[in-house]
Design a protein around this ligand. Structure first.
Ligand code: GDP
Ligand code: MG
Length: 326
């Protein structure tokens, strides 16, 4: 790692620490209070811990799993000192996330795609409800790929609101990457089709297609997403190679509901959790990893172009449990 890489890593760590500050206070701060004056980890302490995790948006089922595991370790391994609760919790949260994340590869590296023996662009379809941060995430991703010297193409597939197309256009200009822009009042599937076609024509490395996430009914959502996918398939049978679901972590359990709706409607292959900065609901990341078994690839820790990070389970847990400095 060069000196620039070192500073980048340091900056990422600081952004993550800052981003998780409220969640940290919500979990660790209260955990500290729960064990004050306690001489052993008893059911009272575990009850308090349960409440802390649930109100930090970890989710009921995941919380129960964590508490059960801790309870059995307390009785088996004789971890009875309340000061060890931090350690146990950290361990169990790390396990919960890691079980579903696998290794942490560099998600900013594009997987090579081929069709008929020829290299084709990696096609990403970005889904999620309005306002969660799809367009922003696309802009940030485009910037990362561009930085690596990759040829990026965007598709303005959220054609339901004029502002959505405008917003993606601003990002495309800012990052200096082309975009397929058909304006409004055209079907998202038309944009998706054209974007994949254009991506092939210009020999792009990656095509990122924005969509509108209207969560009316499950059937509507299913139809809408499958129409977009089918349009892509007409150009490239394997497309999209990736369906990235964007969720707003600051909405806590709402994000979980959205994940349920979208995973029921289409095959989601990766997740991005945005707006972790400034929310105390960061615990939702743990519940989402546990429930959906879909890798969380990215986390958003701010509005800036540099505020998209690869989600790394170890770094996340380290940051969550790093002592709050006075
Ligand atoms: P979309 O409707 O899903 O495309 O969402 P947008 O990309 O338009 O984002 C909605 C708002 O959330 C914008 O004001 C973004 O700047 C903001 N936003 C997106 N990601 C983040 C993040 O990680 N942190 C913060 N604080 N704001 C974000
Ligand atoms: Mg948008």
């Amino acid at each position: 790692m060069g000196i620039l890489g070192f500073f980048k890593k340091k900056e990422n760590k600081e952004n993550l620490d800052q981003g998780l500050e409220k969640t940290k206070t919500s979990i660790l701060g209260r955990l500290g209070k729960a064990i004050v004056g306690k001489s052993r980890i008893d059911e009272d302490v575990l009850d308090d811990l349960e409440e802390i995790l649930i109100t930090s948006d970890v989710g009921v089922d995941t919380t129960i799993k964590i508490i059960d595991r801790i309870r059995s370790r307390v009785s088996k391994d004789k971890y009875t000192n309340p000061n060890e609760l931090d350690f146990l919790l950290r361990d169990e949260i790390a396990r919960m996330i890691n079980e579903n994340q696998g290794d942490a590869p560099d998600h900013f590296l594009l997987p090579p795609q081929q069709h008929d023996g020829k290299k084709v662009p990696h096609i990403i379809m970005v889904v999620g409800v309005n306002g969660v941060g799809k367009t922003t995430t696309i802009g940030k991703l485009a910037a990362r790929y561009k930085e690596q010297g990759k040829k990026v193409l965007l598709g303005a597939g959220d054609t339901f609101r004029a502002a959505a197309v405008d917003q993606l256009r601003i990002w495309s200009q800012r990052v200096d990457v082309p975009m397929v822009d058909k304006g409004m009042n055209v079907k998202p599937s038309t944009v998706a089709f054209d974007a994949v076609k254009e991506g092939l024509a210009i020999d792009a490395d990656v095509v990122i297609v924005d969509t509108a996430g209207r969560l009316q009914t499950k059937i509507n959502l299913m139809n809408e997403l499958s129409t977009i996918k089918q349009a892509m398939t007409k150009v490239l049978p394997d497309a999209p190679h990736e369906v990235l679901l964007v969720l707003d972590a600051s909405t806590g359990q709402n994000a979980v509901q959205q994940a349920r709706a979208f995973t029921a409607a289409t095959k989601v292959t990766s997740l991005a959790l945005t707006k972790l900065d400034g929310t105390a609901k960061g615990g939702v990341v743990i519940g989402i990893c546990d429930e959906f078994k879909i890798p969380v690839k990215y986390i958003g820790v701010g509005e800036g172009i540099d505020h998209l990070q690869i989600f790394n389970a170890q770094e996340f847990v380290d940051s969550l449990f790093r002592k709050i400095e006075a």
